[in-house]
Design a binder for this molecule. Structure first.
Ligand SMILES: N[C@@H](CCC(=O)N[C@@H](CS)C(=O)NCC(=O)O)C(=O)O
Length: 248
């Protein structure tokens, strides 16, 4: 049995789901609750400390396996899946490099998103768990704000300015554009691989993709969007949308 715990709007969760779905690996999905869901996550992962989502828990009579990072979940999916590999062994270092680049972009994007959400009551209301009734939401803005402060603190988002975060995101996109120019396949490597998945999700902080798996409400989508970068990098958005059409 497999259980994936994640955040439905989150690019990190989407990376893991894309790899699992690509290999047709069945799993149950549970939505994580920021802060309040941590005791459950610790319990499920049988570990304390720096645990983030997505997290995959695989239980079987032969022994349990637990993965607390999208990259490890994707490697696991590739290990047990039967589709063409997303991690050809000769490209493992390159794929790890692209994953780090994607993490750099998404870390910067997260700082931008938290800043925008904090100033947008509608986004704060949408960020509350789905079971909170509409009439209660305006009274619970402080809960959503606490969640934002918690994430900013956890990921040390305030160590850089907003302009610096935006520049970091932009630099990653320039590198992606340059690398794509130097390949003839249309993919970052010879064929479609996890390098494309992880870099496609780096664009989540520019303009989130449209896909039924990505449940992202309007004001939160707006918080994840950086219109200046979306127009500067429309070629990359187009590349990402093509990948979604072909492989998602
Ligand atoms: N390197 C990790 C990063 C995951 C990550 O940053 N997750 C954040 C999403 S905002 C998270 O779990 N935040 C909620 C929390 O820490 O409680 C991965 O790729 O899985």
């Amino acid at each position: 049995m497999r259980e994936l715990i994640g955040l439905a709007y989150s690019p990190w969760t989407e990376k893991a789901r894309w790899a699992l779905d690509y290999h047709h690996i069945p799993y149950g999905y549970s939505e994580h609750l920021i802060i309040f869901g941590m005791p459950w996550l610790y319990y499920k992962m049988k570990s304390f400390g720096d645990i983030t989502v997505p997290a995959l828990i695989c239980t079987s009579p032969d022994g349990d396996e637990r993965f607390g990072d999208s990259f490890d979940i994707a490697l696991y999916a590739d290990r047990i899946g039967n589709e063409k590999s997303l991690f050809p062994s000769k490209y493992l270092d390159k794929i790890s490099h692209y994953n780090e680049l994607s993490e750099t972009a998404l870390d910067a994007a997260r700082a931008l998103v938290m800043e925008r959400m904090q100033k947008n009551p509608q986004a704060l209301m949408e960020a509350l768990p789905s079971w909170v009734p509409d009439f209660l939401r305006p009274y619970l803005l402080f809960v959503a704000k606490t969640g934002i402060s918690y994430i900013r603190h956890e990921f040390q988002s305030s160590k850089k300015t907003i302009d610096q975060h935006q520049q970091i995101l932009r630099n990653v996109l320039l590198e992606l554009r340059n690398d794509l120019k130097n390949t003839s396949s249309g993919y970052l490597l010879e064929n479609f691989s996890y390098a494309d998945i992880t870099m496609a999700l780096a664009l989540h902080g520019v303009l989130p993709a449209m896909h039924p798996r990505l449940k992202i409400s309007p004001a939160i989508k707006k918080s994840w969007s950086t219109p200046e970068l979306a127009s500067e990098f429309s070629d990359l958005i187009h590349w990402r949308d093509n990948l979604y059409q072909k492989f998602r």
